[in-house]
Design a binder for this molecule. Structure first.
Ligand SMILES: [Zn+2]
Length: 322
């Protein structure tokens, strides 16, 4: 619209009545959301922007496409935008992303988020896992001091699969086998006393020493004091790496023990398990292979680590500023 025509339109705005004002605001909302998200993406990616193909830092502007500035690499000549190579590349309806991120912060279900944002539920489902893809990797480098570790189990789920490798269960159901069978997914959680937490879906059935080597060892400070229950896998793991280890015998009714380093218990990690399961209940079962995304989602929200849509977008496109 040309400037004089716009001035005329703008001058008429005060004469709108309330329903009309609301209508105008609703019509402008997606556009305002789009402007904000585009500005935010550019702000996040501009420092250290480089070609996703050859990592060259020299590039020049090369037109616009899909609402984003396109760039052309000076070295290899390829074109890219600020979302190329991120899980959000080629997702549509950018004007609604910030509303969707609010729904993620509120832990909304697929249908509730779809209603709130005004897109189809298949879209909010796809968005959930695209936005969480890098969120799940945003983890502490190392756990230090007293580190509690414990595993918890969830009934294995093949939700959404076209082919099941077992008979379907009726109404969620229970594990067909008693005890720690291959019908249960094992989730290992380790948390130090500063609240830094890592987790891993180690697979079906009981936790093994080799899984601890794979998931816990790389994140554990060699000087840490590992506190666990009496599971023999932890004892063998700690002995193999020469890590200080205390076990609390929960089955014998022992919960807390005093030591020179501090209270010996696994109550923080068990409380984390509980929070995860209570929070997860709203989704009425999630597919086993997607569990890492949900663990990452809870870690982002737990203890108010991520509280704004801007922060969440930063993590989703892998720029973590704390
Ligand atoms: Zn390049």
């Amino acid at each position: 619209m040309k400037a004089p025509k716009f001035m005329k339109l703008f001058a008429q705005l005060p004469s709108l009545n309330q329903p009309q004002r609301l209508q105008v605001l609703a019509a402008l909302h997606p556009a305002a959301g789009l402007d904000r998200v585009i500005a935010l993406i550019a702000e996040i990616r501009a420092p250290g922007r480089r070609c996703p193909d050859c990592a060259c830092e020299r590039c020049h502007r090369h037109g616009q496409a899909n609402d984003l500035q396109r760039f052309r690499c000076c070295q290899c000549g390829r074109t890219f935008n600020d979302l190329t190579g991120t899980p959000l590349a080629r997702l549509r309806h950018k004007g609604k992303w910030l509303d969707y991120l609010t729904a993620l912060l509120d832990s909304r279900t697929v249908r509730s988020a779809a209603r709130q944002v005004g897109v189809h539920r298949n879209t909010t489902f796809r968005w959930r896992h695209r936005f969480l893809h890098w969120v799940k990797y945003d983890r502490p480098q190392q756990l230090t001091g007293i580190v509690e570790a414990d595993e918890t189990f969830l009934l294995e789920s093949q939700k959404g699969s076209r082919k099941l490798d077992r008979k379907p269960r009726k109404r969620g159901g229970k594990a067909a086998l008693r005890g720690l069978s291959h019908h249960l997914d094992c989730i290992l959680v380790a948390r130090d006393r500063s609240g830094q937490t890592i987790d891993a879906v180690t697979g079906r059935g009981a936790l093994t020493k080799s899984q601890l080597n794979e998931y816990l060892f790389p994140k554990l400070d060699p000087q840490a004091l590992l506190v666990t229950d009496a599971n023999a896998a932890y004892r063998a793991f700690a002995r193999e790496h020469g890590i200080a280890h205390h076990a609390v015998n929960l089955q014998a009714g022992q919960r807390v023990r005093a030591s020179t380093q501090g209270a010996i218990h696994v109550q923080n990690v068990n409380a984390y398990h509980r929070r995860f399961k209570e929070w997860l209940a709203r989704f009425h079962g999630v597919a086993s292979w997607r569990l890492p995304n949900y663990l990452g989602w809870l870690w982002a929200l737990d203890g108010g680590r991520v509280t704004s849509v801007e922060q969440l977008l930063r993590v989703a496109i892998r720029f973590i500023h704390r």
